[in-house]
Design a protein around this ligand. Structure first.
Ligand code: ADP
Ligand code: ASP
Ligand code: MG
Length: 480
């Protein structure tokens, strides 16, 4: 009888496990099961792991409380971090000696956390660099837990701290990777491990400057770490394991009947992530596009589900919106005035005043009459941007050429996305009639120049209803 052999891959595969996938001893065991199950078929397996869920938030709150001199709060925070890990270690199926060695390792990181917080308290402030040093500790602890369990199960693995590999600029909290240096480190550090069958367990989220100072790639950045490594290793694919069956037609917490999408393009997912879908870090797709390395999103807790495949392959759904997203906590800024008509440079000065405050503009809409420019920024930047605009446009405001610089807080951007919308008339009309049917007031509209998306600004109170209405009427009923 012919043997039914699964082909063994000769290319690396990168698997990333998110916070909930490694958020408890049970979840870590499930993750380790997935790793060991796939290792035979993918002997060159690189694992990228996040911190246990909730830990990065706790670490950052410890740092902020230390800066405020809130001793009680930050010591309680340290205890919470410590007990989450010690409870996990107690519940992992480890031999006594391995448990002791792991406990000692984690304790030395907790000691580092105590020292960092004590220094921050003394200084009375915490820098972005300090926040990165502290935030990185969650991933450092977790890779040790995963590696210990893998070793216990007889697999050879190695903890790899990504500050040895991913070289970035010094933009702390949102660092950009430097590909050439990262590629070199990948070759010298990861490739030899893979050639000898060792499974590297790499900290997600973290990088380091050329001088070796720890940086982070932005919140949720472990997805990005995985795609950076996938690109540098010429991996056959990157699989991100999370707590849902794949990328869905909407956030399942807002739309309970959201469906898993089996295939999406890199452009569609970049647009989704940019417009608020938390499922992947917005930069994740960048390193994979040129090399066309497919990215799969899969569920750690339902590993037999095929998940979502993201690649360069064009979407088949002509004329369709595939998913709907929302960005919360944003403000609409309007610069309005009849005297703006035809005055060159007002738009440029407006946006340079915004850039001076380092605020990112999420959406722009200009009326054709040129009497107003409106744009959306994160609410946290609202006060600074208004002050900066009033200063920049003081002359026009005084002359009455510009009537007002106005902020509408508590708005939400709802975006319908789909590569199939491109060159297809009537898609926007479907969106507007769906919203109109619910009497929801649309404050502003913009269509992305890529024509992959259409965005609406609505009041915060209407956000969920708008998302659900587009989902039901345009995505679900629109497919019929
Ligand atoms: P991880 O820790 O695994 O990286 P995240 O919490 O960062 O997981 O992202 C997964 C979560 O993203 C899901 O639990 C889901 O609630 C949320 N989410 C928001 N929008 C979507 C979407 N369109 N598709 C799938 N998940 C989404
Ligand atoms: N632990 C980091 C965060 O919470 C990175 C990640 O989970 O991807 O932001
Ligand atoms: Mg995430």
């Amino acid at each position: 009888m012919a043997e039914n052999k699964i082909p063994i891959s000769d290319q690396p595969l990168v698997m990333k496990f998110g916070g909930t996938s490694v958020g408890s001893a049970t979840a870590i065991s499930q993750t380790v099961d997935i790793i060991t199950t796939h290792h035979a078929q993918y002997p060159q397996l690189v694992i990228v792991a996040s911190a246990m869920n909730g830990i990065t938030n706790l670490l950052l709150s410890c740092a902020r409380n230390a800066a405020e001199g809130n001793w009680k709060e930050y010591t309680q925070g340290i205890s919470a971090v410590e007990s989450k890990h010690s409870d996990t270690i107690s519940a992992l199926a480890l031999s006594d000696s391995r448990r002791q060695a792991l406990t000692a390792d984690i304790q030395s990181i907790i000691k580092q956390l105590r020292n960092y917080c004590a220094s921050i308290e003394t200084m009375g402030e915490v820098t972005a660099r300090g926040l990165d040093a502290i935030a990185s500790l969650g991933e450092r602890m977790n890779v040790r837990q995963i590696s210990a369990l893998l070793e216990e199960m007889g697999f050879s693995s190695r903890v790899v701290e990504a500050d040895e590999i991913i070289v970035t600029d010094a933009a702390y909290q949102n660092a950009r990777p430097l590909r050439k240096q990262t590629l070199e480190h990948t070759r010298t550090i990861l490739e030899p491990l893979l050639k000898t069958g060792v499974i590297p367990i790499v900290t997600g989220f973290i990088g380091a400057t050329e001088k070796g100072v720890t940086t982070t790639l932005g919140r949720g950045g472990s997805d990005y770490s995985a795609s950076i490594l996938g690109d540098c290793l010429h991996a056959q694919a990157v699989w991100t394991w999370t707590d849902v069956d794949g990328v869905m037609t909407a956030d399942p917490r807002i739309v309970p009947d959201a469906r898993v999408i089996d295939h999406l393009t890199f452009d569609e997912v970049s647009e989704m992530a940019y417009f608020g879908a938390k499922v992947l870090h917005p930069k994740t797709m960048r390193p994979l596009i040129e090399s066309n390395i497919p990215l799969w999103v899969k569920n750690t807790f339902n590993p037999d589900h095929p998940g979502t495949c993201i690649s360069n392959q064009a979407s088949q759904k002509v004329g369709k919106i595939t998913c709907v997203t929302a960005i919360q906590d944003v403000s609409l800024i309007t610069v309005r005035g009849k005297g703006m008509l035809g005055v060159p440079g007002v738009a440029a000065r407006t946006f340079s005043a915004v850039a001076d405050k380092n605020a990112s503009v999420l959406m722009i809409s200009q009326s054709s009459s040129e009497q107003s420019i409106c744009f959306v920024i994160p609410s946290a930047d609202q006060a600074g941007v208004i002050t900066s605009l009033e200063k920049e446009l003081a002359y026009e405001l005084e002359r009455g050429d510009i009537d007002a610089v106005h902020a509408t807080p508590d708005v939400v951007i709802v975006t319908g996305i789909g590569a199939g919308m491109r060159n297809t008339p009537g898609v926007s009309a479907k969106v507007f009639s769906a919203i109109g049917a619910k009497d929801i007031n649309i404050i502003a509209i913009a269509q992305g120049s890529s024509e992959y998306s259409i965005s609406l600004v609505v009041d915060k109170k209407d956000a969920d209803a708008t998302v659900r209405q587009i989902h039901t009427e345009v995505i679900i009923n629109g497919q019929k």
